[in-house]
Design a protein around this ligand. Structure first.
Ligand SMILES: NC(=O)c1ccc[n+]([C@@H]2O[C@H](COP(=O)([O-])OP(=O)(O)OC[C@H]3O[C@@H](n4cnc5c(N)ncnc54)[C@H](O)[C@@H]3O)[C@@H](O)[C@H]2O)c1
Length: 452
């Protein structure tokens, strides 16, 4: 009888786990918080992420910490709508340099298209601001090195918003790994599925172009590689990968520019009416005249130059091996992960869409060699599993504890994209890529924690 056929005991930890995780999470490191100081905040890139995550909620939740002094976007119509939608009264700019010089912010939030992040991060620091940037830090190794050098040169700080680290299920996995319950971690099996709705959306938008998103290896998988780097608590060393465009783009017999005028509306399963969502109409459709950006682009467009099917083998400095895959056309969305250790295994999964059975919790299963199996249930909530709120609290509340080491420095941001950049390069060259060959970062056996 092996460990999988032995008697299984089932214990529920609802509540207990949720409370424990939340209490430690709320006290994590506030890199930018300082007592009783209201930061002058500017933001560049007034799109949907900025609106949802980094606008009204910040001033409502942290009124003593945040005061918006400037907003910038190259699309004047979107900028104007953002101002109306948020009710902000600060000045708006289409010229970034002008905004920085006139408003002199302490803190700059960067929420532009990925391939442009470095421009604002570097210039923002040079003009005196600390930076909060949306993931990914940037899209290639040269821009990454330029950011690392600018941080050293200016003495300013860059924080990358890795909200995925803050979801209660993932925090619980981190605790289990550190507790030694499965012995020494030796390998990880990690498979992420994007569905034919959310996954398809990457192929409609600017994300479909490598020159804007760095491919999903960087744009999307930066989250996954950051989770791996954090969970494994070591630096990635080498990556070998393959990728293909098997489903979207050229893989269809018909196509058009975008959905609204499409003659194939009635026969295309991916037809999507953007105007059914008035927020998206206001943000994008009404402002096409300024930049020509079509938010409802055709998923079959032949200019799509990113992969929709990806697989990588990643080796870490501490010897842990990872088998990773990302598929962008699944019937359901979510992930499956397993951590293999010398004393047992941790299995976890999330079904974000079209679940087999809807649940109020996320499950983790710990199976010990020659022993029993434990089922751990972690209640989940909205906003990337509750992670968005917990992450913002960790940034803007004053408390210097970060027991789960969830704060992400520029080094963490860099190492997560470097895995994706290495994977993309490996797909293109057919050879494995060493992380140490990409930038001045020297990967180490043990992850370097953010200092408080
Ligand atoms: N952490 C997460 O879970 C998460 C979720 C969604 C998006 N994001 C990130 O947020 C960022 C924004 O994504 P989004 O979905 O809001 O995209 P979006 O297209 O809605 O918004 C991007 C905005 O940047 C503006 N912009 C582009 N280039 C610019 C430039 N040179 N100068 C000034 N403005 C410029 C565009 O006009 C647009 O308004 C991306 O980096 C994305 O990866 C993160």
């Amino acid at each position: 009888m092996n460990s999988f056929t032995q008697h299984v005991s089932r214990r529920d930890f609802i509540g207990k786990v949720g409370t424990a995780s939340a209490s430690v999470l709320l006290s994590s490191l506030p890199v930018f918080a300082s007592p009783a100081v209201q930061k002058r905040v500017a933001l560049v890139g007034t799109g949907i992420r900025a609106l949802d995550m980094w606008s009204r909620d910040l001033v409502q939740s942290y009124p003593d910490k945040v005061s918006f002094v400037g907003l910038c976007d190259i699309n004047p119509g979107r900028l104007e709508f953002f101002k109306r939608a948020t009710g902000f009264t600060c000045p708006t700019f289409t010229d970034f340099e002008k905004m920085m010089k006139e408003t002199k912010p302490d803190l700059l939030i960067v929420t532009t298209v990925d391939a442009t992040h470095h421009e604002f991060i570097i210039r923002g620091m040079e003009l005196g601001a600390d930076i909060i940037t949306e993931k990914p830090l940037t899209t290639d190794e040269q821009k990454c090195e330029a950011i690392l050098q600018a941080e050293k040169r200016t003495g300013k700080k860059v924080l990358v918003t890795f909200n995925y680290r803050y979801s209660p299920q993932r925090a619980k996995i981190y605790e289990l790994l550190r507790s030694g319950t499965i012995g020494t971690l030796t390998s990880v099996d990690f498979h992420w599925y994007l569905d034919v709705h959310h996954g398809a959306d990457y192929f409609r938008r600017w994300h479909r172009l490598k020159e804007k998103s760095g491919t999903l290896w960087v744009h999307k998988a930066t989250h996954h590689f950051d989770l791996l780097n954090w969970w494994i608590e070591s630096d990635p060393s080498e990556v070998y990968a393959t990728g293909a465009l098997n489903f979207y783009g050229k893989n269809n017999s018909f196509r058009h520019t975008h959905c609204r005028p499409c003659p194939h509306k009635s026969s295309c399963s991916f037809y999507w009416d953007i105007n059914r969502d008035s927020l998206l109409t206001n943000l994008y459709v009404n402002n096409e005249k300024h930049d020509g950006y079509l938010r409802d682009g055709c998923v079959w467009k032949e200019d799509i130059n990113i992969y929709d099917s990806m697989a990588a083998t990643i080796r870490y400095e501490n010897g842990v091996q990872v088998s990773y895959s990302l598929t962008a056309y699944s019937p359901y969305e979510g992930y499956r992960i397993a951590f293999n250790g010398t004393k047992g295994r941790i299995d976890a999964w999330i079904e974000e869409s079209n679940p087999v059975e809807p649940k109020e919790y996320d499950e983790i299963v710990v199976t010990k060699n020659f022993s029993t199996r434990e089922f751990i249930r972690v209640p989940h909530s909205s906003g990337h599993g509750g992670g968005d709120r917990l992450m913002k609290d960790s940034i803007f509340r004053v408390n210097t504890n970060d027991p789960l080491h969830q704060s992400a420095s520029v080094r963490d941001g860099a190492l997560s994209i470097l895995v994706g950049i290495a994977a993309r390069t490996s797909c293109e060259t057919g050879a494995p890529v060493k992380i140490a060959d990409l930038t001045s970062i020297k990967p180490g056996m043990k992850r370097q924690f953010v200092q408080g």
